[in-house]
Design a protein around this ligand. Structure first.
Ligand code: HEC
Ligand code: HEC
Length: 338
């Protein structure tokens, strides 16, 4: 008798327990079986600044001016922003390779969430952000056969930022790196979803996330929280570019490139180190076929995604689009007049 009373109690309370669980943010994600814990791994942490270049407003402001200043790269027409254009996800819609008078051999990467990368450039030759910017400035000045000359009105800005009016290349690089670490996208619908807003993304995008972390294997390289393992992989792209091999000299690294991060990717076509893919759907189809070129170190395999699955994956990638950093072009110091 006592037993059956217990049973009734359990049957009465069970729906109440289930109901209250489903309204808690810690509940598993619908019928898809995504646990809250695995979602939290995708929350971007605070940016950590290196000890040798801590965040300071005056340094960031100076970095922003230098980024937009065409006098920095030597030829006096091409600022950092000319290729890493803020309006198109801090990258170049013309891929740079397709630009007339092309000055770099590769597609211009988006400078978004760069603070979270551990290696820089497609081939990984940059070990720190500062080191990458310094090398990049040298390459650009050499290609443009010109030495950058900044107007002396900058001296006051350097003084405010570094306590010394001297315009040194070391401080130029620090200022730009300080500024680049502020270009963060962490407000996409996906970000709202992983922080608990369960209606922030569509059912199709949620299915896409499951494919991304499951059948489609994307997460093996595009890992949490920045959608990049900062490591080097060969994805069988048709290209003669030696990639990471140029840095290590190790034959296994031929055609390996650093994994691109994916927040805001919908805003930054074309894609890949050679700009060979014009849309996110063409990237997905590329992965579905296991890459352009099979064998020879290609790490991908055929995915056999249906058309619907490709669409779900696309909806998921679209859900990584945030507002982006809106930015006013700063006023630049005037030239010296003789
Ligand atoms: C002519 C176009 C062009 C200009 C001007 C330019 N860049 Fe780049 N930038 C590129 C290309 C192309 C790459 C990729 C090169 C590679 O991987 O070999 C790149 C890569 C980078 C990277 C590495 C990003 C990553 O995710 O690894 C940083 C940082 C960067 N640029 C910052 C700057 C800054 C700062 C300036 C101004 C001093 C600048 N760029 C000017 C085209 C340009
Ligand atoms: C074996 C590692 C690996 C796997 C698996 C992988 N990627 Fe990539 N992904 C990369 C690398 C490396 C790059 C840069 C390749 C290049 O430029 O040559 C890249 C580039 C991309 C880009 C272009 C980003 C840009 O800004 O140019 C997108 C989009 C992308 N991957 C999405 C995906 C999706 C979706 C999947 C799953 C279907 C996936 N990736 C699976 C390593 C991988």
């Amino acid at each position: 008798m006592e037993k059956s009373v217990n049973h009734i109690c359990i049957w009465l309370t069970l729906p109440v327990i289930l109901l209250s669980f489903s309204s808690l943010p810690s509940a598993t994600e619908n019928s898809l079986g995504i646990s809250n814990k695995s979602l939290k791994a995708w929350l971007l942490p605070e940016v950590s600044y290196p000890k040798y270049n801590p965040y300071q407003k005056a340094v960031e402001n100076l970095g922003k001016q230098l980024f937009f200043d065409p006098r920095l790269t030597g030829d006096r027409t091409l600022s950092c922003a000319a290729c890493h254009y803020p309006g198109t996800g801090w990258s170049d819609p013309l891929s740079n390779k397709n630009r007339e008078g092309q000055v770099m051999d590769r597609n211009t990467p988006a400078l978004i969430n760069t603070a979270f990368q551990k290696r820089f450039f497609w081939d990984g030759r940059g070990i720190t952000l500062e080191n990458a910017i310094s090398a990049h400035l040298q390459e650009l000045s050499i290609k443009m056969a010109n030495v950058p000359v900044l107007p002396s009105a900058y001296r006051q800005k350097f003084w405010q930022a570094f306590g010394s009016p001297e315009i040194t290349s070391g401080n130029i690089v620090k200022a730009i790196a300080n500024f680049l670490r502020t270009i963060i996208v962490n407000d996409s619908p996906f970000d709202r979803w992983v922080s608990g807003d369960r209606s922030a993304i569509s059912q199709s995008a949620r299915k896409g996330f499951l494919l991304f972390t499951g059948k489609a294997k994307c997460v093996e390289c595009h890992s949490a929280p920045n959608f990049s393992d900062s490591k080097f992989h060969n994805t069988g792209i048709n290209s003669l570019d030696p990639g990471h091999f140029d840095v290590t000299g190790n034959p296994e690294d031929r055609n390996r490139f650093r994994t691109a991060s994916l927040r805001q990717a919908s805003r930054t076509p074309p894609y890949m180190h050679n700009g060979s893919k014009n849309s996110l759907m063409s990237v997905i189809e590329f992965y579905n076929h296991g890459g352009d070129r099979h064998g020879a170190g290609n790490e991908l395999s055929l995915l056999n995604l249906s058309e619907q699955e490709e669409q779900d994956l696309l909806d998921f990638l679209m859900s990584l689009t945030g507002r982006g950093t809106s930015i006013a072009v700063p006023q630049l110091p005037l030239n010296d007049f003789p």
